[in-house]
Design a protein around this ligand. Structure first.
Ligand SMILES: CC(=O)SCCNC(=O)CCNC(=O)[C@H](O)C(C)(C)COP(=O)(O)OP(=O)(O)OC[C@H]1O[C@@H](n2cnc3c(N)ncnc32)[C@H](O)[C@@H]1OP(=O)(O)O
Ligand SMILES: CC(C)C(=O)C(=O)O
Length: 529
């Protein structure tokens, strides 16, 4: 199996004059080598299914000699996946290769991937072999693998730190022995794009038989250049990229599949290639791999990070509302994100705030809108995340407060272990500011007592309840109070990031309702001030 059309998944691809790049996913092998990312058999099967569904051409399912568990995972994936080629890794040793072949037996399309290090450092210190011994291993291992399958891949581990003449001899030996895919790993993420481009170009020019095989990239991210190097590789003529979901892999990881695929899709002008990947499944695959590996995806990760299609700045949000292309080079739905999110925060402006209010079902007049916007900015200054519920709470507060006789102006509370709590409250009652101080059994009791000194009344406090509107220690507290007078009850609500302020607002809101009720029956009954 040497040609791209033989290897690529048999699903009909849209007609294209672009060169097809094979996507070789090694999440289950190199990805699982990340310290702490081990997956159970069941989890590996789930990942294999999603890789197959999204159109990955080759799934490297594991390293069968590594353990019985790895063997079983490769075997079960081989028996279950029908479209992708299933691949197993082996060292340049007969027992590794035979074990891989056994695990792969149930697969409809199987590949043995055998490797040996070719750099002076690895040969001398790790393998303790001479270059000639390594060369012989290349021929022996590929030959043995070919006895099991006609789809054999050979890798020159630490290829980017290998001396060029020797690398050419190894690649030539692998091709002669029957390898259809030649992989040149940047095992330690040492290369830079220009150098990797030159290396693949050099091999394609110098090695006899190079035109009959597929060259492959396998780049690690130690210097953050895995994706750039892989793309340089395909520009130099490689036609397979080895990568992993979320860039999982040894140390700093491998080239991220989602970045490779979207770079090719988005920049067809400079990367005239196609992959067979259904990009709409990228985010789903990313979340699944993150869950099963227990490796969180960083918020600002390209393509699949939580913030990849989120905008908080007012100027960006305004641009997005006018034309999404101002700040987005990809459509969120193309990677499986339902929509762009305009995150409300301290950098947001009026355009986005108005849009959010409309989405939440509020139609405010100009003054009420300006008031709400100011309160929103104040809140966003104090609070890291402003959620929809926060905005609802602050608008409801505003709407409820309109036309009320009493308003909260200021509150200071001192409480702790040093004695009774003390609260100083200033209220605006019918346009006059009144300030009172009171002690109490705790900060809430002191606050309510100070309010009672300003607005005297005979209602009993029947319920006091606090809940967090959203998550986090900076969440808005929403306080509800129930006041009862003469068998009739009213409820007051208040929200604020400060629980005491929310409590005072709730109490004041209850008193306003009480005043309204009394005004309808006996307006003079409640004495304010
Ligand atoms: C760059 C890469 O990602 S390569 C893949 C790396 N992945 C893994 O290593 C994960 C799975 N590995 C394992 O489970 C184990 O290392 C095993 C089962 C493969 C081998 O275990 P052990 O037999 O206990 O050997 P150990 O891991 O300690 O040492 C590796 C041996 O393989 C040899 N070796 C390394 N690479 C190769 C190779 N490509 N071909 C032949 N021999 C190799 C080493 O020289 C060393 O041999 P030595 O025992 O004669 O010194
Ligand atoms: C086995 C090879 C392909 C590898 O993982 C590497 O060199 O990084």
């Amino acid at each position: 199996m040497n040609t791209i059309s033989e290897v690529s998944q048999s699903t009909p691809q849209p007609a294209s004059d672009k060169d097809r790049i094979l996507i070789f996913d090694t999440t289950l092998r190199d990805g699982e080598q990340s310290p702490g990312a081990s997956m159970t058999l069941e989890e590996k099967l789930q990942v294999a299914d999603i890789l197959d569904q999204m159109g990955v051409d080759i799934i490297e399912a594991g390293f069968p000699i590594a353990s019985d568990g790895d063997f079983e995972a490769v075997q079960q994936i081989a028996g279950r996946v029908k479209r992708s080629v299933i691949c197993g890794l082996s060292r340049a040793s007969a027992k590794d290769i035979d074990r891989a072949a056994e695990a792969l037996r149930p697969a409809e399309r199987r590949r043995i991937h055998t490797f040996i290090a070719t750099s002076p450092l690895h040969m001398k210190f790790k393998l303790n072999m001479t270059p000639e011994q390594v060369l012989q291993k290349v021929t022996d291992s590929v030959t043995r693998a070919r006895n099991h399958t006609d789809d054999v891949e050979w890798s020159a581990e630490d290829g980017t730190r290998t001396e060029h003449d020797f690398l050419c001899r190894c690649v030539e030996a692998a091709i002669k022995a029957g390898a259809g895919t030649i992989n040149i790993p940047d095992t330690v993420g040492y290369s830079v794009p220009e150098e990797y481009f030159a290396l693949i170009s050099m091999l394609r020019q110098r090695v006899p038989g190079a035109d009959d095989v597929i060259f492959s990239t396998h780049c690690h991210d130690d210097l953050g250049m895995a994706v750039a190097n892989s793309l340089a590789g395909i520009r130099a003529g490689a036609r397979q990229i080895e990568c992993t979901i979320n860039g999982l892999g040894e140390r700093a990881g491998n080239a991220a599949l989602e970045e490779i695929v979207m770079a090719i899709r988005t920049r067809g002008d400079v990367l005239p290639f196609d992959t067979g990947i259904d990009t709409r499944m990228l985010v789903r695959a990313s979340r699944m791999v993150s869950t099963v590996s227990a490796f969180p995806v960083q918020y600002n990760k390209a393509i699949v990070g939580k913030n990849a299609f989120a905008h908080e700045s007012g100027i960006h949000q305004d641009g997005m509302l006018k034309n999404a292309e101002t700040y987005e080079i990809m459509r969120p739905e193309d990677v499986g994100v339902s929509q762009t999110s305009l995150v409300m925060g301290k950098h947001s402006g009026r355009h986005a705030f108005r849009e959010k209010l409309v989405a939440l079902g509020y139609q405010l007049g100009e003054n009420a809108f300006e008031d709400a916007f100011k309160r929103f900015k104040d809140l966003a200054d104090r609070k890291k995340h402003v959620f929809d519920e926060d905005i609802e709470a602050l608008v409801e507060d505003e709407v409820a407060a309109a036309g009320e006789r009493i308003r909260m102006i200021a509150l200071t509370v001192i409480s702790g272990t040093g004695g009774a709590a003390r609260a100083t409250v200033t209220l605006d009652v019918d346009g006059r500011h009144e300030t009172r101080e009171s002690h109490g059994d705790g900060p809430v009791d002191a606050t309510f007592a100070a309010i009672r000194k300003i607005v005297e009344h005979g209602a009993d406090l029947m319920l006091y309840q606090v809940s967090a509107v959203t998550e986090g220690t900076d969440a808005q507290a929403e306080v509800s109070v129930r006041l009862e007078e003469n068998g009739k009850t009213v409820t007051g609500r208040g929200a604020d990031t400060d629980t005491m302020v929310a409590s005072a607002k709730a109490y004041v809101s209850g008193l306003n309702k009480l005043m309204t009720r009394r005004a309808k029956t006996a307006p003079e009954a409640l004495r304010a001030g």
